[in-house]
Design a protein around this ligand. Sequence first.
Ligand code: ADP
Ligand code: MG
Ligand code: MG
Ligand code: MG
Length: 402
Amino acid sequence: MSAYHPLTEREAIEIARSLRSVFPDAPDNLSCREIGDGNLNLVFHITDPASGRSVILKQALPYAKVVGESWPLTLDRARIESEALIQEGKLAPGLVPQVYAYDAELALTIMEDLSDHVIMRRGLMEGGRYPKFADDISTFLARTLFFTSDLGMNQQEKKLRVRDFINPELCKITEDLIFDDPYTVSANNNYDAAIEDEAQALRTDEQLQFEVALLREKFLTQAQALLHGDLHTGSIFITPESTKVIDPEFAYYGPAGFDIGAVIGNLLLNFASRRGWDKTEAEADDYRQYLVTTIRDIWTQFEAKFRALWDEHGVDRLASASAVYKDDYMNRLLQDTFGYAGAKMVRRIVGLAHVADIDRIEDAARREAAQRLALTIGKSLIKTGRQATSIEQLIDIALTAA
Ligand code: ADP
Ligand code: MG
Ligand code: MG
Ligand code: MG
């Protein structure tokens, strides 16, 4: 199309108009709104008021804007995002937006408009219930993780795919913001003065730091499966009937439990926030029960689906022949899920980027209580992860702390 520059709304409209598959008769009066949060990417929502047809253009910016500063960030992440969406769409049909086109020079992905869904983080804050979610997200996790692992795909081919998804700059963001900054004095950290005691405790807790170092090492070295890499509830569009995963720009081959832990850790962040959103303790209790039931269903269904795929499609003769190995593999995934869920929770309280579930609580005392609860649960998951044998232990940790 043309050399890289951030698109204007007028240019975005021109590009959209040329998409015959979306706008077959090239309408003249397309309207455009930039709806991104503007930190890393532009997101243009383009509609034809006459036909009601619409499309999303997502363009990577060559820098990240963070608290007034900006640092350079590779445009290659747009390639990674579009390739990951296409791959996920093949492995988990219907659970990601359809990609219509990708333009490498403009770092631009053109995709299905999902505006009839809501961002799950917002939906949870408002007390929404999503009966299809556990089934959908467990399918997404089981199929994307199994079929990109050495259990479910040609092992020589996988090495080449690992190379296609080398994503050092985005991985470094995770390595710093999740697995380093929260445990030291860093200019990147960002937390309320009221929890200074908690922040200090993170810096002196040797057992915690040891466990985080192990999680960090695994994130740095274990190319187990193609991860989404940023699977929080802000990367999930949802309705009671439908689930769509977006925004895989952090995709790379890493430890599978990182994605499962991201989903569960973000549900637990919402769990920790309930007294900020529900009117009574009884209502909060009821919603927490809904969340832990969802978490139980996600893990249970994930495990059943992953094992079924392994039984039917396993490519590794030795691994597939050993029932003990299978049980051990699934238990290691569970243990990683605990640890990464916990690490995701801690960073959202004391690290650079927070979550609206907790930050938007207006009452200062309730917000502080939610932050402390999230840290209590997060630290406990990190510390107990390597001994975990059942998802019930994670649920017990959350319910006991609440
Ligand atoms: P970023 O990587 O900058 O976080 P996202 O892919 O998460 O970008 O998109 C940012 C926001 O843009 C989303 O929260 C959502 O509101 C909107 N958006 C992104 N993709 C779509 C889509 N396919 N359909 C509708 N809205 C979208
Ligand atoms: Mg964003
Ligand atoms: Mg996003
Ligand atoms: Mg993103």
